[in-house]
Ligand binder design. Structure first.
Ligand SMILES: CC(C)(COP(=O)(O)OP(=O)(O)OC[C@H]1O[C@@H](n2cnc3c(N)ncnc32)[C@H](O)[C@@H]1OP(=O)(O)O)[C@@H](O)C(=O)NCCC(=O)NCCS
Length: 156
């Protein structure tokens, strides 16, 4: 998929290392490097996507389809200079199409309850948000997002 000079395509091993090298441009102060698993790129390549432009990787979405038909998004981030341009939405749309090809009927993602930006982003994509107590263990709540497929987001 090519939109506005940005090509969304399956991530390769080189892409994986590139986003880790520039980690803070995607995640700021938070260190989420340990959640970046090469196994996802190697084994679920068609649902791990990068958005590449002339100046490098503007954003990425890594996920997989569970055996019970859920397209689970493990990580999504857009580069600090690419936010608010609709790229996150485009990445979700590309992921949703890939997940549906692999039999997914729903989408799911999680984020920390403090990540108000992510919660607002997912709401605007039509996800329902549920705060699940103990999701990450005793006393560790997470925001859990759900929505049905298809993901009808027409805006670029
Ligand atoms: C969350 C993130 C991926 C959104 O990407 P983006 O490219 O800026 O999103 P888009 O431009 O496609 O925005 C799509 C919609 O979400 C809304 N949105 C995105 N970020 C938002 C924010 N921080 N606060 C409020 N709304 C937001 C936009 O206003 C837009 O809504 P609209 O179309 O109804 O106007 C990006 O901010 C990011 O990478 N954050 C750091 C990493 C992170 O926290 N990832 C999520 C972890 S699960």
């Amino acid at each position: 998929m090519v939109v506005m000079g940005i090509r969304i395509a399956p991530a390769g091993v080189t892409d994986f290392h590139e986003v880790l090298t520039d980690h803070s441009r995607y995640w700021g102060e938070r260190d989420l490097r340990s959640l970046h698993l090469l196994a996802l790129v190697q084994e679920f390549g068609s649902t791990c996507l990068v958005a590449r432009a002339e100046d490098g990787i503007r954003g990425y979405i890594f996920g997989f389809v569970t055996p019970d038909g859920i397209g689970y998004v493990h990580l999504i981030a857009t580069r600090d200079d690419a936010r608010g341009t609709g790229l996150g939405r485009c990445l979700y749309r590309a992921f949703a199409e890939a997940a549906e090809r692999h039999g997914a009927r729903k989408l799911k993602a999680i984020t920390s309850v403090e990540n108000t930006g992510s919660i607002a982003f997912h709401r605007s994509l039509g996800f329902d948000t549920e705060i699940v107590d103990d999701y990450n263990g005793p006393g560790r709540a997470m925001a859990v997002f759900h929505r049905d497929l298809p993901l009808n987001v027409t805006r670029p």
